[in-house]
Each structure stands twice: as C-alpha cells, then as structure tokens.
Design a protein around this ligand. Sequence first.
Ligand SMILES: C[S@@+](CC[C@H](N)C(=O)[O-])C[C@H]1O[C@@H](n2cnc3c(N)ncnc32)[C@H](O)[C@@H]1O
Length: 259
Amino acid sequence: MTDRSTELRFDVPHSARVWNYWLGGKDNYPPDRAVGDAVAAQNPEILVIARQARQFLVRAVTFLAAEAGIDQFLDIGTGLPTMQNTHEVAQQHVPAARIVYVDNDPLVLAHARTLLVNTAPEGVTTYVHADVREPETILADARNVLNLDRPVAVMLLGILGHAAPDFADMRSIITTLMAGLPSGSYLVLQDGSDTSDTVRESAVMNNYQLRTLDQFRQCFEGLEMVEPGLVPTPLWRPAPTDIGTPEPIDSYCAVGRKP
Ligand SMILES: C[S@@+](CC[C@H](N)C(=O)[O-])C[C@H]1O[C@@H](n2cnc3c(N)ncnc32)[C@H](O)[C@@H]1O
C-alpha cells in the first residue's frame, strides 16, 4: 500500500526524522529519538552510516554535474533539508541544473516549501509529495520540470530499505524509473548492506530491509558501472582532502549509467 498522507504525527517515529536525528539535526521528536537512540546503542556505526551517506551524495552529485554533464536530478527519498542538499551541490557546478525532490513524509513536505529554493537564479528546484512505490506517477510529475528526453540522474539514497522491503519491489521500482529515462541517464543507489550481524540486529529495530551485495549488483543489471563500482559508501571516490584511509562500513553504494 502506498502512502501520500500529509498528516503530521508526532506520536510515532518517522524515518526522515530518525535520520535527521542521527545527522545531528533538530527536526525530530521524542519517538524518533527513542528509536534513534535504541538503534545507535546497539549499533553505534549507524551515526557514521548516516553521515557517510550524505558525503557520498555530495561526491556523487559533484561527479555527475561537474564531470558527467548531468543537469537534471530526480532525488527520491530526499529526507529533511540539511547541509549540501542535491540542488546546492549541483547548482554550484551547473547553475541551470534542474532538481525534482520526492518524499512522502509530511514534515519533509512542510520544510521543502521553504528550504528547497534555488541557489542559482537560472536553476529550478521543485518538490513532489509522492510515494516511490508509484514510480510511473513520479515520472509523470517530474516531466513538468525535467525534460525526460534528456539524461536524468535518479537518486535513491537510503530509501528502498524502508519503502520496498521485498527485493522484487525494489527491482521493479528501479527498472520502471530507468526504463522511463533515455540513454546517458544515471542510477545513484545507496542502502544498508547485509554485511554484519550488528547491522542485521539494528536493521530489525529500525524496520529496515538490508540488501545483499548480490542484490545491489542485480539493481545495476544493464547499466555501465561508474568506477569504482559497488563499494562501501566511504570508498566511493573519497575526496583527496579526506584525512586517513576510509574504512568500510555496512552501507554500500554505486553509480551506473544507462548505455
Ligand atoms: C534514511 S532517509 C534518507 C534521506 C536522504 N536520501 C539521505 O540519504 O540523506 C529515507 C527517506 O526516504 C523517505 N521515504 C521512505 N519511504 C518512502 C516512500 N515510500 N516514498 C517516498 N519517500 C519515502 C523518508 O521519508 C526519508 O526522508
């Protein structure tokens, strides 16, 4: 069942707000902090996973905008606005970049109206309140802002473990989105990986479906992997300014190009 409810509820945890809590944000409430604390007590690495996911976003969007010539982004499962959101990173390199954000959390909707505004006058930034489990609807809405006859980068970071526990659904969502986009489009994927007992236990507490590395690979079938391929999130093109050697974590990511 899909969920486009716009009712704000503060008596139950929401994944966007728990994520915001782990990132050190202020847009979270007692039920979010209770789940966040319980998961972090069992798996302290979750704080690293959340921060590394955002840093991967910055590096991936920088690569796409500055090196791969992408100026259209469909960021699904946006999360609450934080530092260096997709439009800020993209428009820094390509001022006319067009970004469509999609999320189904009512608080993200409330913040999106005020915070997700262009950083460059030539750019376009919009928000669609929709459920990723309706990918055709998302593409139809995105068409109002993006030219779907030109390449688009689809970003699915930390969303499908919540939205599509069944792997067949995850595959189907990705296949539908990529089928609706032309050659030269990109898939950017990051999710929790089924790579340790610790993360397995914390994922149950957080109601999050981890993916095996084979499942990650299947999501990129038919796409050309961008170097370095499927890797733990900190190992995807670490910035030259990063200090020390990046350590693997239970979160994987990859970027693939539609040939
Ligand atoms: C873990 S957060 C990730 C946020 C951001 N992508 C990042 O990497 O920092 C997951 C986001 O997916 C959104 N989400 C979960 N299920 C969704 C669904 N069925 N449709 C749309 N968005 C969903 C949540 O509201 C939340 O904002």
